[in-house]
Design a protein around this ligand. Structure first.
Ligand code: NVA
Length: 386
């Protein structure tokens, strides 16, 4: 349903024309959706990125053609050359965000290779590259995800300095219950198999994680005011979705579960990326089973153009659909991968203003602009759009 007008009006200052007045001035953390004017953001770091153990949790997310690499690289640093380039790309991305008027904060540089042992498992860390996976802001509250990978259990440590600062300045800081991550959390019989097998499992909503305890990555959620969308995935279970539903209900927020034909379901933001009030970029390879509900709400659906990334570009933890993983700076300005010209053309044909940035090497670590960031403060109020 690509038709070339925005379903909302934007003024010259890029604010929503009818943006209601009233912003919480007491908290440094304040955001209700993925498009209101962005004032402060956390941008992840590539420094010290360390390859996770090649366990089942990693295998069900990795594409078959990366298996050899992920197995050989397991529990070693990610290749130095790529990490170095990713660090430089992120520095440039931060510079561009600042030039657009956004305050940028970064996690601490820590050693992710340190081995750890809990009563239930042994592992080591991975990175602090994708703040979207572990943090979600809902109003003045920042929620820390339990995560579902053993190699990500202690990922929050890199963000402690930031969270303590936000808390001292007035934010509400919540951590979801810490999972045990014992073997009961993972379905031992889950087939690793070929793409076709994974696709069939995903269509039946069968995933590696069990319902042993609540787990989720916050990147499986995407916010649109009083409505938040979520997918059951390899890392987010129904128990975790229910935790979030009950946690947010007192704020008047409804959590809607969506499902997609995605053989590597992990993080919703390259399948269903909300660009503005009633505007969503959808992935044609991952049909959304609830698309009628979205259409009935009067939303405009943009079909994401096929990624232009060369097939041989190393992508160790994601698909090429990072092309659809864009970051809104406000309802008009959108950060897009510089080389994804068809995506840029589509968004611009709708009246959006693309800000092209190149993070090709950073993509290799598993994320696009939406993954590499967590919006901390957007000007706006809680509204209903759905
Ligand atoms: N796991 C998904 C989402 C990444 C943002 C993918 O690989 O496309």
């Amino acid at each position: 349903t690509n038709k070339s007008t925005l379903p909302y009006a934007v003024n010259s200052k890029c604010d929503l024309v009818d943006l209601p007045p009233g912003t919480n001035t007491k908290s440094p953390v304040w955001s209700w959706n993925s498009w209101d004017p962005l004032e402060e953001v956390i941008v992840g770091r590539a420094e010290n990125a360390f390859c996770p153990p090649f366990d089942k949790a990693v295998q069900v997310n990795c594409h078959e053609d990366t298996f050899t690499f992920m197995k050989a690289q397991a529990s070693k640093p990610f290749p130095e050359e790529v990490v170095k380039k990713a660090v430089a790309e992120m520095a440039e991305f931060c510079r561009i965000l600042e030039a657009e008027g956004v305050t940028v904060r970064r996690p601490d540089i820590i050693d992710h290779s340190v081995p750890y042992k809990t009563p239930d498992f042994e592992s080591h860390g991975m990175y602090a590259s994708m703040p979207r996976d572990i943090w979600m802001v809902v109003g003045d509250e920042i929620i820390e995800a339990p995560m579902a990978w053993q190699s990500r259990f202690f990922e929050y440590r890199a963000y402690r300095t930031l969270m303590k600062d936000y808390f001292r300045k007035g934010a509400k800081w919540t951590s979801a219950p810490k999972p045990q991550m014992s073997e009961e959390l993972y379905n031992e019989d889950y087939p690793i198999g070929k793409l076709k097998v994974r696709f069939e499992m995903a269509m039946k909503e069968q995933f590696l994680t069990t319902e042993f305890e609540p787990v989720f990555d916050t990147a499986d959620f995407i916010r649109a005011g009083t409505d938040i969308f979520v997918q059951r995935s390899q890392v987010t279970n129904d128990f975790g979705i229910e935790w979030m539903r009950r946690h947010l209900a007192p704020k008047g927020i409804k959590v809607h579960k969506l499902s997609f034909g995605d053989p590597h379901a992990m993080h919703i933001d390259s399948s269903f990326c909300i660009l503005g009030p009633g505007l969503v970029l959808m992935n044609p390879d991952r049909p959304c089973h609830q698309v009628e509900m979205v259409k009935k709400a009067g939303w405009t659906i943009l079909t994401a153009p096929r990624p232009l990334m060369p097939a041989d570009h190393p992508l160790w933890l994601s698909s090429r659909w990072l092309s659809a993983n864009v970051l809104m700076l406000d309802p008009k300005r959108v950060v897009v991968q510089k080389t994804e010209t068809t995506t840029i053309d589509l968004l611009e044909s709708f009246g959006l203003k693309a800000i092209p940035v190149d993070i090709r090497n950073a993509n290799s670590l598993g994320g696009g602009f939406h993954c590499w960031t967590c919006d901390i403060r957007r000007r706006g109020t809680l509204e209903s759009y759905f």
